[in-house]
Design a protein around this ligand. Sequence first.
Ligand code: BES
Ligand code: MN
Ligand code: MN
Length: 456
Amino acid sequence: MQEIKKYVELNKQRFLDELLELLRFPSVSADPKYKADVLNAAEFVAEKLKAAGADQVEVCQTAGYPVIYGEKLVDPSLPTILVYGHYDVQPADPLELWDTPPFEPAIRDGKIYARGAADDKGQFYMHVKAFELMMKTGTLGCNVKFMIEGEEEIGSVHLAEFVKSNVERLTADVVLISDTSMISMENPSIETGLRGMSYLEVEVTGPNRDLHSGVYGGAVANPITILCQMIASLHDENNHITIPEFYDKVIELGPEEKTALNKAPFDLEDYKKDLGIGEEWGEKGYTTLERTGTRPTMEVNGIWGGYIGEGAKTVLPSKANAKISFRLVPNQNSSEIAAIVQQHMQKLAPASVKVKVVNHHGGEPVVTPTDSPAYRAAEKAIEESFGKKPIPTRGGGSIPIVALFEDVLGIKSVLMGFGLDSDGLHSPNEKYDIYNYYKGIETLPLFHKYFAEFRK
Ligand code: BES
Ligand code: MN
Ligand code: MN
């Protein structure tokens, strides 16, 4: 541990400067305008992996953005860790809500403010630096493989193909991922579950053109009104989702699991105050932690139609659209859910409109084991570095690749995240605490050490 701390201390400034450089690439995968920047970020990652001592570093082409691969295979008798992360980021919009520009990282109060600071550049880069540290100090205890992708924020659409055609190359004993949150630095935790997702887009079409809302209004269905009615009917008075068969495969937690989950430190009053909400909301009969960690949900991510420019325009629009996502829990399946939602939306539509539903992307839910050598290694590493045993929690977010690694490669993951929910992932003023960054770099080598020990 002393040696690790010493190396971090000596290289602190460079570790920080390199991360800031990475954060300057606006690698927004969702927007084609940033294509060159995404590709430049990929090259940067490959270069840094090489510089840290990785072999076989390759910018692997896919039908979308490339996957960066690199490895250090020291001894076939040692266990192998596959590190996964993503160098792409969410769009920074709305720009006017940022205190400093999203791709000009700024440090305030010991925190780095930039899009991708916590999700996931600041987090996966800790692994690159921890790897450098182990290489330079001759302490690498496991074989290591890196797989850093560039399409996570758009659903990892081409990753299944990549994993399926690289099974041999990606073979490992565990997948190690830092792309989740901890409760707090005082209450370290490890997420042991992720929700799945079905993402759909709905288009409601009424008349074949925009109409004068006085001449036709009252006699022709307004697609915005119809779409709003359809969406509103998806929850009942208990905020339970009304789509038939939606809950059929959901696994309910047992009483013991519920008790354990609700033991995590959580203060509802602080939560409400932090978010500026008067009251929490959700499915009746479940606590906030249960609602986000163990229950499926439906969210409208965007809705548009009609006139939204300056001033007023009287129009009865031809179309209305919404982007809707469902978070899924074990044992729901994203394709099955997409199909029943499609069917249900068609059924909801009155004859006065036509409805088109397009399926965007999906991902399956996962629960990761808490009794494996890898989990125990993560637990011990965090306990040693934080001075407190981490508690297992269930995360509400999604990382579609985790279920895919299980299905295709048969490998389980450990979600060793060092971010906080309050880091503003996907929000304006996203940040990552420099303290967390260094703490992660110090903790990860301990995972390698204990994983090698526990796997013997
Ligand atoms: N890192 C997040 C997922 C996450 C965040 C998990 C916090 C647990 C805690 C990831 O980059 C992400 O945002 N995933 C998307 C899913 C994807 C299919 C667009 C999500 O969860 O919305
Ligand atoms: Mn992420
Ligand atoms: Mn994200």
